[in-house]
Design a protein around this ligand. Structure first.
Ligand code: AMP
Length: 385
């Protein structure tokens, strides 16, 4: 079964054509600068496609050029926000598209782009079934005491202000893979998953279900990320606002200028680690802040799940940075969790155990694959043969 997986951003469209049955990626690509570059620049300026419909023509041309006359059977969209309604992937109808659009205020940078992608495909290939796979969906099982903020109820009832959580497709996929590696049914997996990429979140998994996660109303809450601050005292916003900062200034500060970038001047974990190893104290402090914060979350979620049976690292940093993993797990010694330095140092694309035999619980590295998860969910919804 051939599925086109689409991740629409406001000015980009990332895609993969996957053969779900053969578990293979046949083609992948990225169309950038959608709607960008028409500013009347000089000769030679590369103009991007004018909108998502035009971007889709480029995707179609690439599919024809690379794969000839293949017949796509479905399209799976990564949709960031499913609000309270969507706890599962759904077949897209015009009513579903409008429901996703109604969630735009909750994800103003992401949902509008998904809607544009969905409508462009519906117009170009009206008979192709489309499925929405939501980043929030896996966290719909959070108990109310975990998703509530301690603010007046009217903010929840009138504005939907509550914790939603993100990276759900990755956390769900890694939960399944972790259970498989431990050779237990997924419904028996209790653990803590750290998805550490440019954006980063931890999830507490009990009985295979998400019971808490570090991102909240938006993907800003929680861990120290590439350019996002994660948790901070909300009074800082009030203080800055009174000092004359605009809403846009504060938004930029917390989402684009903070995190590793704010602390070390660089948002890329590889260079932060290199600089710390070369003796740069700001880089070393950035790693200390980020690893300390994550270790506290892991300790807290160990309690949340009633005793984790594993700690799992995934995504760009989690899969590749042995140095960052070591800094985090060093702090988990109080829980009897111990890393095997040699296993931690192995570079591999395989799911693996990196703790000692005497560790109280295993520490795992599990590569995530959100596109694969989206393609499989899409095939399941449209009914793979
Ligand atoms: P992602 O968003 O999952 O692609 O992850 C991006 C993050 O992973 C960046 O901070 C990268 O520096 C980090 N990363 C990717 N490869 C490596 C590596 N080999 N060692 C350390 N960090 C890495």
């Amino acid at each position: 079964m051939l599925v086109l997986v689409i991740n629409s951003g406001s000015s980009s469209l990332k895609y993969q054509v996957r053969d779900v049955t053969a578990e293979k990626v046949l083609l992948e690509g990225l169309v950038e600068k959608i709607g960008v570059g028409n500013g009347g620049g000089g000769d030679g300026e590369v103009l991007g496609p004018k909108d998502h419909a035009e971007a889709l023509e480029l995707v179609d041309a690439a599919i024809t050029a690379e794969l000839g006359g293949v017949r796509l059977e479905a399209v799976g969209h990564r949709v960031v926000h499913g609000g309270e309604r969507f706890g599962e992937p759904v077949l897209i109808t015009s009513e579903i598209t409008r429901a996703i659009e109604r969630l735009n205020p909750l994800a103003p940078l992401h949902n509008p782009a998904s809607v544009l992608g969905i409508r462009a495909i519906a117009k170009k290939w009206p008979d192709l079934p489309q499925v929405a796979v939501f980043d929030t969906a896996f966290h719909r099982t959070l108990p109310e005491y975990a998703w509530r903020y301690a603010i007046p109820d009217s903010l929840y009832t009138n504005h939907g202000i509550r914790r939603y959580g993100f990276h759900g497709t990755s956390h769900a996929y890694v939960t399944q893979q972790a259970a498989a590696l431990l050779q237990i049914p997924v419904g028996e997996f209790d653990g803590v998953i750290a998805h550490l990429g440019n954006g980063a979140s931890v999830a507490a998994i009990q009985g295979g279900l998400s019971v808490d996660t570090s991102m909240g109303f938006t993907p800003l809450e929680g861990l120290v990320m590439g350019t996002r601050s994660g948790d901070l005292d909300p009074s800082i916003l009030v203080f800055l606002s009174r000092a004359g900062w605009s809403v846009e200034d504060i938004d930029t500060l917390l989402n684009r200028e903070s995190g590793l970038k704010g602390l070390a001047g660089d948002n890329d974990m590889r260079s932060v680690v290199e600089q710390a190893e070369a003796g740069n104290p700001r880089a070393a402090m950035a790693l200390a802040v980020a690893s300390y914060r994550l270790a506290k979350y892991i300790g807290g979620y160990h309690v949340a799940v009633g005793g984790a049976r594993a700690v799992v690292f995934t995504a760009g940093i989690g899969e590749n940075s042995s140095q960052f993993r070591a800094l985090v797990v060093e702090r988990l010694g109080a829980l009897g969790i111990r890393l095997d330095a040699e296993l931690n140092g192995v570079r591999s694309k395989e799911a693996r155990v990196i703790s000692t035999l005497s560790s109280a619980i295993p520490v795992l590295v599990i590569p995530t694959d959100e596109e694969r998860a989206i393609a499989e969910a899409t095939a399941a919804v449209v009914g793979a043969p």
